[in-house]
Design a protein around this ligand. Structure first.
Ligand code: SF4
Length: 422
């Protein structure tokens, strides 16, 4: 009997690659998925791919010409939403940005960028999920709830051998689905997260100086005592892993994020520790890689002067829209029109809604030129980056004649080049 085919689930950034689906059977329900994955594979997909110009159906060639025309007329085009595209399509968008003198950004909003700034300032010590699974004896979840956001994470990193099961600690401000599975739950108010990390680092710096620690123990404040309990767990690990979420909403300066990166460095003076961000921003990790390889900068890159420039969040999509510094936008998204604009602050939202738009979307949009995209792993193939920066090839569940986004983007690029040579 033929075995069911294996697929990759793109329901979260864990990209589980052991999903079995019998493509020859009438019942194509996936096996090995979690509830989130089941919902992902149950998404309805339209039977045919349609492209629109001002709401009217058009051929692909007409839509490509209209999109190229909009980009040509624009003095300052913005390209964003790369997090919703495959790695191949992200490469194509960067090439368009280079030719069109556009600003290109990974996501539409500034949120969740602080870990990138921490990486640039402090660096990171990290590992793949496979390494964490085979080496870690302690796993800490820092203000994140993978049982809800990445439901198969614990299963994926848990060794099958009982004597190699790791100890789990959750640090959070409330009980969650993950705290129920933890060996220890440390409750800390979210606003004290950065302070706790500072105390943990201070105490690790004194590690080994037992005399100094003993003399201080009686005078410790409540938060220092919590830090003390956590330090004992951390330094006793042979190989520890910390998974962390975004603690503060701030997109530029995140003390907790910076402190986490510094803590991992300090812990590596005493034992071996790695960290991994529980990303929920779809294929943004790959978009950062693509932009960094191509331009030298991982996000918010401006090509107005004919070469790539970056200055923090100055050229981010949200900032460019908020300051009304772009006059056309090409964006990709799997979100509905309402979900998309709701992410933006009022000033950026208002500008987004009035400038000419080219949309690559799985949903209906009111864009001037609309290209229908497939859902990754269902009716669109392509490389996607797992949360630990491992590239995973997604294949289509429904083989059809849908034209992938990277092919359409490449046609737009060729149209731009052809016109510039006339
Ligand atoms: S954990 Fe994420 S990738 Fe894995 S099956 Fe569930 S939704 Fe899909």
């Amino acid at each position: 009997m033929q075995k069911p085919e294996k697929f990759v689930c793109a329901g979260c950034t864990l990209l589980c690659d052991d999903i079995e689906i019998d493509t020859r059977a009438d019942d194509r329900r996936p096996k090995n998925t979690c509830t989130l994955g089941n919902r992902y594979f149950a998404q309805p997909t339209p039977p045919t791919q349609t492209h629109l110009i001002d709401g009217t159906a058009a051929t692909l060639e007409q839509a490509v010409k209209a999109a190229a025309e909009l980009l040509r007329k624009s003095k300052s085009p913005l390209i964003c939403g790369l997090d919703h595209l495959s790695t191949e399509a992200q490469q194509a968008t960067w090439k368009i940005a280079d030719i069109a003198g556009a600003t290109v950004d990974t996501t539409l909003t500034n949120s969740g960028r602080s870990s990138l700034f921490s990486l640039q300032k402090i660096g990171k010590v990290t590992a793949t999920l496979g390494e964490i699974k085979s080496r870690s004896d302690l796993v800490v979840f820092w203000f994140c709830d993978p049982e809800i956001t990445h439901p198969r994470l614990l299963e994926r990193i848990n060794s099958k051998t009982p004597d190699r099961l790791h100890r789990i600690i959750v640090v959070d401000d409330r009980e969650t689905a993950t705290t129920k599975l933890a060996n220890r739950f440390i409750k800390v108010p979210r606003e004290n997260a950065a302070e706790l990390l500072v105390h943990v680092r201070n105490q690790i710096a004194q590690h080994g100086n037992t005399q100094a620690l003993k003399s201080e123990l009686d005078t410790l404040s409540a938060i220092e005592n919590t830090a003390n309990g956590l330090v004992k767990e951390l330094v006793n690990a042979q190989y520890g892993s910390i998974f962390f979420g975004q603690v503060t909403k701030h997109s530029r300066f995140d003390l907790a994020g910076d402190s986490m990166a510094r803590l991992i460095r300090s812990l590596n003076d005493v034992t071996r520790f790695v960290s991994l961000k529980l990303r929920s921003d779809k294929n943004a990790q790959s978009a950062e890689n693509v932009l960094a390889w191509s331009s030298g900068f991982p996000f918010a890159v401006n090509h107005n002067l004919g070469y790539p420039r970056q200055n923090g969040l100055e050229f981010s999509a949200e900032s460019m829209l908020g300051r009304r510094q772009c006059d056309a936008i090409l964006h990709a998204s799997h979100l509905s029109e309402t979900e998309l604009v709701e992410q933006l602050p009022a000033s950026a939202r208002a500008h987004f809604q009035v400038i000419p738009r080219i949309a690559f979307s799985t949903q209906t949009t009111a864009a001037n030129v609309h290209f229908q995209m497939g859902i990754p792993g269902i009716n669109e193939s392509g490389e996607h980056c797992r949360m630990d920066n491992v590239s995973m090839p997604l294949k289509k569940l429904h083989p059809d004649d849908w034209i992938p986004a990277e092919t359409i983007l490449d046609k737009i690029r060729q149209e731009l080049i052809a016109h510039s040579q006339i």
